[in-house]
Design a protein around this ligand. Structure first.
Ligand code: PEP
Length: 258
């Protein structure tokens, strides 16, 4: 099965409003109205509306970086999946390692958020990944499988087909240390085996698994050429239009010049 590559930029808590609009406009201008690669930007939630305006005539999608699992109510400071959808998002990143580590989100928390996001019609990008210590002690497969099974517990095959997974080794995020294509491919292939055993071959072959962790214009092509790597979730390198667009170009089915 030919899976469409998907490149998403996670801007984290960066940019001001004017910078966000300028960055989104530059990306939208280059991507244009149709693209052989799915592309999305995930700005800070306060700028979702402005960025949505800047990309509205392009094929660039809009994503939030987080949401809560309730639709509305007394949850000061939170935003609901319905609000995220209402402001124009298609995607929401859930379970990013910064949310797991800094904000102590558990697999159970993430599971509830993914369910709520699906209910609101969003495509969740669900992040999993091991720490350096876990990798060095040979626990990568066990940890990543546990995060997948915990974060995605109880979902049907049909629901799984609406989800994107991002494998993001924590030791590679924001460090400049990228997983080798072989290291990443090994985990992606293992996750696909897990999907096959828990669901079926349709889910295993259709579900997209992005790699994230210090992806840049130089290393993108070798990662994206791996058979089980279906795109990238890009942090630092998504904050400059040229660098992000070079990663998008590297994901084109016929190569960057096509
Ligand atoms: C991320 O935060 O999702 C990420 C992959 O960051 P970076 O590309 O900066 O490592």
């Amino acid at each position: 099965m030919l899976r469409r590559k998907f490149i998403a930029g996670n801007w984290k808590m960066n940019t001001n409003r004017a910078e966000a609009v300028a960055l989104a406009s530059a990306i939208a201008a280059k991507v244009g109205g149709s693209s052989p690669v799915d592309v999305a930007v995930c700005p800070p939630s306060l700028y979702l509306e402005a960025v949505g305006q800047a990309i509205k005539n392009s094929a660039v999608g809009l994503g939030a970086q987080n949401c809560y699992h309730e639709a509305k109510g007394a949850f000061t400071g939170e935003i609901s999946p319905q609000m995220v959808r209402d402001i124009g998002c298609t995607y929401v990143i859930l379970g990013h390692s910064e949310r797991r580590q800094i904000f102590k989100e558990s697999n159970h928390d993430i599971n509830r958020k993914v369910l709520a996001a699906l209910g609101a019609g969003l495509t969740p990008i669900v992040c999993v990944g091991e720490t350096l210590d876990q990798r060095q002690t040979g626990k990568t497969a066990a940890i990543v499988r546990e995060q997948m099974e915990g974060s995605l517990a109880g979902f049907s095959a049909e629901q799984m087909l609406k989800i994107v997974i991002a494998y993001e080794p924590v030791w590679a995020i924001g460090t400049g240390v990228v997983a080798t294509p072989q290291q990443a491919e090994e985990v992606h292939a293992d996750l696909r085996r897990l999907l096959e055993s828990r669901y079926n071959s349709e889910v295993a072959s259709a579900l997209r698994i992005q790699y994230g962790g210090s992806v840049n214009a130089e290393n993108a092509a070798s990662l994206l050429s791996q058979p089980n790597i279906d795109g990238a979730l890009v942090g630092g390198a998504s904050l400059k239009a040229d660098g992000f667009l070079a990663i998008v170009a590297a994901a084109r089915p016929n190569g960057p010049e096509a």
